[in-house]
Design a protein around this ligand. Structure first.
Ligand SMILES: *Cc1c(COP(=O)(O)O)cnc(C)c1O
Length: 354
C-alpha cells in the first residue's frame, strides 16, 4: 500500500444543492459544490485540494490551449436502493487515464491521487447523486498542460482536476447512423486509443456534416478503405449477428477501450453469446443483413450506457432495425442499470463503495 496523499479540504460555505432540483436533469450542465485540483510542478504532484467549485484563472499562453496536451475520463456514481453511494469500475478508468497520459507525453497521476481524491470528493458531495431513473452523477477527471509559454514540447507543469455533474440521460432515442467514408477518427500509430481531448475536436466536423444529412452520428471506418468499422461517434459498437456478438478489435490501436464495452462483453457471454473481438467490414454487415441474421446494433459508453441503432446507412444502402422487438440490447442495458443501482447482484465487484 502506498501512503495516502495529503488532500486538504476546504468546504463551500453554502451548498448550491438548495437551488437545484435533482429530477429531470440535463446531461453535464450542473456541477456539485466541490472540485479537486492538483498541480504537477518540478516532477511532483502538489497543492492537492478539494475546494468549492469555481472558475480557474489561467494565462492566455497556457500550453494546453495551443498544443492540446489534454486528456479526460468519464465515470458514473449511483446510489443503491439503501441510499449508499457507489462508483462503477473507477479503477479501470484510472488505468486508462495513465495510458492516455503516457501517449500524450504527460506525467502519470498516482493511484492515491486519482482514486482517493475521487472517493473523497464524491463522498463529500454524495447528496448530489440523483436517484431518478437513468440519472447518475457523472465524474469527470481531467489533466492538461499548464506551462505558460508558447513552445512545442511537453509541458513541465500540469493540472489534474475532478469535477462532478449530477446528470440525466445522455442520448435517449434510437439513433440513425451514417457510415463515414471521407473523414477519419483514428489510424494505427495515432491517438485513437487515448481519451485525448483533441480526438473530440477532430471528430466534430464530420458529425456536424452527418447531422445536416439527418443522421445522429457517424460510424467511423478505417482510414485506407473506409470499410472496417471502428466506433460509433464516441461510443464503442456491437453487432448481434446470429448467436454471435461482434465488436471491433482493439488490436489496431484505433479504438478507445471502453469500460462499458468490457462490461458488455462479460454480460453478453453470460447471456450465452459467443463474443468476437475482430475486424469487421461494412460488407460483412450488409451480407448478414441480407441473410436476415443481423439482428441488432448498438453503441456502448459511460455517458449513454447502451444506445440503440435503428438505422445504418452506407452509400445508398440502408439497414433498418425494429428496435421495439429487440431482445438483447434492451436486456443488456437493463442488466447494467440493475447492477449499478443495486437491483441485481454485482458478482464481478464492479461497484466501488464510496
Ligand atoms: C469514452 C469513449 C468510449 C466509451 O468508453 P467507456 O469507458 O465505456 O465510457 C468509446 N469511444 C470513445 C471514442 C470514447 O472517448
Amino acid at each position: 500500500m502506498v501512503a495516502a496523499m495529503d488532500i486538504s479540504i476546504r468546504k463551500a460555505e453554502r451548498s448550491k444543492l438548495q437551488d437545484l432540483n435533482l429530477e429531470n436533469l440535463p446531461f453535464g450542465k450542473f456541477f456539485s459544490d466541490h472540485m479537486l485540483e492538483a498541480d504537477y510542478e518540478n516532477g511532483e504532484w502538489k497543492n492537492i485540494e478539494i475546494k468549492p467549485y469555481q472558475p480557474l484563472l489561467l494565462s492566455p499562453s497556457l500550453a494546453a490551449l495551443h498544443y492540446g496536451q489534454a486528456i479526460f475520463e468519464g465515470i458514473k456514481a449511483y446510489k443503491d436502493k439503501n441510499g449508499e453511494a457507489f462508483i462503477f469500475r473507477p479503477y479501470d478508468n484510472f488505468k486508462r487515464f495513465n495510458i492516455s497520459a503516457e501517449r500524450m507525453a504527460m506525467p502519470a497521476v498516482p493511484e492515491e491521487l486519482f482514486m482517493d481524491g475521487m472517493l473523497q470528493l464524491v463522498g463529500l458531495d454524495r447528496n448530489w447523486i440523483p436517484t431518478q431513473q437513468d440519472h447518475s452523477m457523472y465524474i469527470r477527471p481531467f489533466m492538461f498542460s499548464s506551462d505558460e509559454m508558447i513552445g512545442v514540447r511537453p509541458s513541465e507543469n500540469y493540472k489534474f482536476m475532478i469535477i462532478l455533474s449530477p446528470s440525466g440521460p445522455y442520448y435517449s432515442a434510437p439513433m440513425r447512423i451514417y457510415v463515414e467514408e471521407k473523414y477519419v477518427r483514428a489510424v494505427t500509430g495515432g491517438v485513437g486509443y487515448a481519451k485525448a481531448a483533441g480526438n473530440y475536436g477532430a471528430a466534430m466536423y464530420a458529425t456536424a456534416e452527418a447531422k445536416k444529412k439527418g443522421y445522429d452520428q457517424v460510424l467511423w471506418t478505417d482510414p485506407f478503405e473506409h470499410k472496417y468499422v471502428q466506433e460509433c461517434g464516441t461510443m464503442n459498437v456491437f453487432f448481434i449477428i446470429g448467436n454471435t456478438a461482434i465488436t471491433p478489435s482493439l488490436e489496431p490501436g484505433t479504438i478507445l477501450p471502453g469500460v462499458t464495452r468490457l462490461s458488455a462483453i462479460t454480460l453478453l457471454q453470460e447471456m450465452g453469446f459467443t463474443v468476437e473481438e475482430k475486424n469487421i467490414s461494412i460488407d460483412d454487415l450488409i451480407d448478414a443483413y441480407k441473410a436476415g441474421i443481423f439482428y441488432e446494433a448498438f453503441g456502448t459508453g459511460t455517458a449513454a450506457t447502451i444506445s440503440f441503432i435503428k438505422e445504418l446507412r452506407y452509400k445508398d444502402f440502408v439497414m433498418q432495425f425494429d428496435v421495439d422487438h429487440w431482445r438483447t440490447a434492451p436486456a443488456l442495458k437493463q442488466w447494467l442499470t440493475d447492477i449499478r443501482t443495486g437491483h441485481k447482484e454485482d458478482k464481478y465487484n464492479w461497484m466501488q463503495k464510496v
